[in-house]
Design a protein around this ligand. Structure first.
Ligand SMILES: Cc1cc2nc3c(=O)[nH]c(=O)nc-3n(C[C@H](O)[C@H](O)[C@H](O)COP(=O)(O)O)c2cc1C
Length: 183
């Protein structure tokens, strides 16, 4: 397998966030040829189309990370049946950019009851012309589990599901890379 670089975003700004813990666990669980970079969205200002031409350091960092990535991993909590504000805000900032279209996207859901945000996220990603890799979708029941990064990594069932999802995601990315070379 060739080396693959992935950008992972958590939609939660909470210190003890399950969504953040999950992408941190992925970073640890990923094999040596797969680099998972965790992006920061907490410092982005509220989306304002009037500011799209402005230099905003947090946005510049995010867009550069996205540009350099072969795929994007999104893990967002559900708040009031919607995508979390921080995640939607980050995606809104990326709507007009050139790096999102055709980007393979892996979705992770840390709560089985949070189906509204998941469906909304699928719709938003598709509308932004990203490619949701359904085979890589991972749903893991972390809500109220009390597990932190170490606990997730040590839990064979959960870490196994994460590794399997990551593996499917990277296989799909490799297929897409091959297709791009041929075409
Ligand atoms: C204001 C608020 C609204 C919430 N609304 C929902 C909801 O509509 N559906 C749901 O399944 N969980 C809801 N939750 C639970 C969160 O999704 C859950 O706590 C999740 O673990 C937060 O993600 P995090 O651990 O990554 O911070 C809500 C939590 C808060 C604080």
């Amino acid at each position: 397998m060739e080396s693959i670089k992935l950008l992972a975003l958590s939609g939660s700004l909470r210190k003890a966030s399950y969504n953040t813990a999950v992408i941190e666990a992925l970073q640890i669980l990923a094999p040596a040829n797969i680099k998972v970079v965790i992006g920061s969205i907490g410092d982005l200002p509220l989306f304002n189309p009037d500011r799209e031409e402005e230099y905003i350091p947090a946005l510049a960092e995010l867009t550069q990370s996205l540009k350099l990535s072969d795929g994007l991993i999104l893990a967002s909590p559900e708040y009031a049946h919607g995508i979390s504000g921080p995640m939607k805000n980050a995606l809104d900032w990326l709507v007009s950019g050139v790096d999102f279209p055709d980007k393979p996207v892996m979705l992770i859901n840390t709560s089985s009851r949070a189906s509204h945000a998941l469906e909304a996220l699928r719709e938003v990603v598709k509308t932004m012309s990203g490619i949701v890799v359904e085979k890589a979708y991972v749903s893991i029941p972390l809500l109220s589990s009390g597990l932190d990064v170490g606990g997730i990594v040590d839990n064979r069932e959960i870490s196994g599901a994460l590794k399997a999802g990551l593996n499917q995601f990277c296989r799909e990315i490799e297929v897409q890379k091959l297709n791009n070379r041929v075409n």
